[in-house]
Design a protein around this ligand. Structure first.
Ligand code: UDP
Ligand code: MG
Length: 329
């Protein structure tokens, strides 16, 4: 097989219903470009036979490669595994559920040829629930205020990265991977275009409210220490206003001889301050938790099987070796 110009990385978690339709649509979009390409599927521990489908696809087409995780490690880990597998000079990351239209890939390649290292396809919010889109808009406003990196509303993981951009992302060693932030952090000339949001073709989204909320908190905390700074500012302001209030009570008592009911102020101060302390402790705890997580230096995922290991398996090479072959710092 010629050296692929383009690698498409596809994380799949329980996508059995849609994977064949996706594969045909992708191949139909890529073949007319005439570029040698490969498709790297990463099965993120699916329980619905997605791995069997991928094995069959890899057996029937020389340009399909796959890796299958030992359990569900999350989309970020699957994207990482895919980028490590990728050999192409340009790498496109896309979802398996046809929400990222394959026919846009040639347009991304075209922009990449004009010298852009990252090409982002940005979806609009057509067909999305009013509450969800209002919440995400508010979230991006907050995030833009807090983060040192630029995050645009609608910028997802559907993007093309040049070889050097992929190497840059892979060189980031953190185990808490918020890829939207990482892509923005590495920089490089970036182009983008918008497309109309599409509903998922089959199956269901794995992002419930809780998971989205966790993802949002991850995004906020994994990129900066500004929430800690915010805690310090809040503490200082509270301290100053408490001082002012105390001074006012004393002055009032001296000048007017007023007797202040002590319990009211006491309870207000205790409740207010312990709330702030708890929140601040929570923020600090989050960072400590992250340090603990990073300090363990665990691999991001465990591979159960991959096309590389499948062929090497006959020689008795352990299957997990394949994914961790790239040196990690
Ligand atoms: N996905 C994954 N691991 C997970 C959850 C999702 O690899 O734990 C994949 C999923 O198969 C799909 C993509 O990530 O290809 C996006 O997932 P989904 O469609 O559920 O997310 P949404 O489009 O609702 O944001
Ligand atoms: Mg989807």
């Amino acid at each position: 097989m010629p050296h692929p110009q383009l690698t498409v990385v596809v994380p799949c978690f329980d996508e059995c219903e849609v994977i064949d339709a996706f594969h045909s649509a992708l191949v139909a979009a890529l073949e007319p470009t005439g570029e040698p390409f490969e498709i790297c599927y990463v099965d993120d521990g699916s329980g619905d036979g997605t791995a069997d489908r991928l094995r069959a696809l890899a057996a029937s087409s020389p340009y399909v490669r796959y890796t299958s995780f030992s359990r569900n490690f999350g989309k970020e880990a699957a994207l990482l595994a895919g980028m490590r597998m990728a050999r192409g000079d340009a790498v496109v990351l896309m979802d398996a559920d046809l929400q990222h239209p394959p026919e846009l890939v040639p347009r991304m390649l075209e922009l990449h040829r004009h010298g852009y290292d990252q090409v982002v396809a940005r979806r609009d919010r057509t067909g999305e629930g009013a509450v969800r889109s209002a919440l995400s808009r508010a979230y991006y406003r907050v995030v833009r205020h807090f983060m040192e990196v630029e995050l645009a509303d609608g910028d997802g993981d559907f993007r093309l990265l040049s070889r050097r951009a992929v190497e840059a992302v892979l060189s980031l060693p953190e185990s808490n991977r918020f890829s939207k932030g990482l892509f923005s952090w590495i920089g490089f000339p970036t182009a983008g275009f918008a497309y109309r949001n599409v509903e998922r073709a089959a199956g269901s989204s794995k992002w419930g409210g809780r998971r989205l909320l966790d993802y949002g908190i991850d995004g906020l905390l994994s990129f900066n220490t500004r929430p800690l700074r915010l805690a310090i500012h809040t503490g200082l302001w509270l301290f100053l206003s408490a001082l002012g209030y105390a001074a006012w009570i004393v002055v009032n008592a001296v000048l007017n001889g007023v007797e202040t009911p002590g319990y009211a102020t006491l309870i207000t101060a205790i409740v207010g301050l312990s709330g702030v302390q708890l929140a601040t402790l929570g923020v600090i705890g989050e960072y400590v938790g992250r340090i603990y997580h990073e300090a363990k230096r665990r691999p991001h995922y465990v591979v159960a099987e991959s096309d590389a290991s499948a062929s090497r398996h006959a020689d008795g090479v352990p299957t997990t070796a394949a994914a961790q072959s790239r040196p990690r710092r």
